[in-house]
Design a protein around this ligand. Sequence first.
Ligand code: KG4
Ligand code: ZN
Length: 343
Amino acid sequence: MIRVLGIETSCDETAASVVALDDAGSARILSSPVLSQIEEHAAFGGVVPEIAARAHVEALDGLVEAAIADSGTKLSDLDAIAVTAGPGLVGGLIVGLMTAKAIAAASGKPLIAINHLEGHALTPRLTDGLEFPYLLLLVSGGHTQIVLVRGVGDYRRWATTIDDALGEAFDKTAKMLGLPYPGGPNVEKAAKAGNPGRFAFPRPMKGEPRPDFSFSGLKTAVRQAATAISPLSDQDVADICASFQEAVTDVLADRVGKALERFTAEFLEVSARILVVAGGVAANEQIRSMLQGLCRENGFGFVAPPLDLCTDNAAMIAWAGIERLRAGLVEDNAMGFAPRSRW
Ligand code: KG4
Ligand code: ZN
C-alpha cells in the first residue's frame, strides 16, 4: 500500500488530498477537499495574485488537516508529501511548497515536487486506469495544450497557445459582454439562446501547418462586435456568445483532428488509441460533444475524467506523487526545490 498527501495551490484553488494505491494496484482517493476562491476574485473579473496567495495562507493548514482526518489515516501512515511546485502564480506556489516542506521535515517523510501539468496528464490513469501512450487535450484558464503522454515523466507537447489560453478567451469574452466571472459557464449558458451564425468570427490557426492555437485575434473580433452595438440586448449577447463558441469549437476540431492523425501515423502498433480531455473548459458541452464525435470518426476512445478531477485539485498531485514513487522518479534534493512559476 502506498499513501501520499498531495497539496495544490498554483492558482485559485486551495486543495489537499490523500490518495492510496493498494498492493493489488487499485487506486483510491481517500479525501480531496478543495476550496475555490472564485468569490474572492469575482469582483475583479479574474484571479488577483495577491488575494490568491493570502487566501492560500489562510486556508491551507485547515485543508491539510481535513484531508488527513477525512482519509482515515495519520500523517505517520503516509509514504510521501507531493506538492505542486509549478507552473503557476508564484505566491501560491511558495505557500504550498513551504507548507509541504514543513510537513515533510517534521514527519521525516520524503517530499516530491510535482509539475501541475503532470498532475493533469496522469489523472486518467487514476480515474480510468489508462495505459501509455495517450493524447491529452488540456484546456483551462491558464493552459491550452495537446500533450503526448508516453510515460511517467515522459511528455511531449505537440501544440500550445501562442497567446491566450482558451479559458482566458472565454473569461475575457464574458467580461466584454458584462457576464460574471468565471466566464466559461456563463458564456455557455448565454450561447444556448443565441444564433451561432450571426457573427462570422475568425478561426485563428485553422488549417495552418503548425499545430498550435491562438485566440487573441478572436478576442479582438468579439470586442469589435460588442462595441459596434450599443446598447447590447440580451439577444445580442447570446448571439455573440454562440458565435464565439462556434468559432472556438471549430478551431479545436481542426487542431485536435490534426493531432489525432499524427498519433495514428506515429503509433501504428497501438490498438487502443485514446484522447483524454482535462481542464475547466472540458466542462463545455458543445466542445465535449464535438470531441466525442471527432474521436469516433478517427477511431479513438474519448476519456473525460469526472469534472472535479478535470479542474484543479490535489488528488491529481498526490496521484502523480504515487506514480513517481512507483517509477523511482523522485528527486533526492526536493527539500531544496524552489517554486518554478514558468516550469
Ligand atoms: O481548470 P480550471 O478550473 O482552472 C484553471 O484554469 O486553473 O479552468 C478554469 C477555466 C476558466 O477560464 C473557466 O471560464 C473555464 O475553465 N470554464 C469553461 C466552462 N467551465 C469552466 N469554459 C467554457 N465552458 C464551460 N462550461
Ligand atoms: Zn490546472
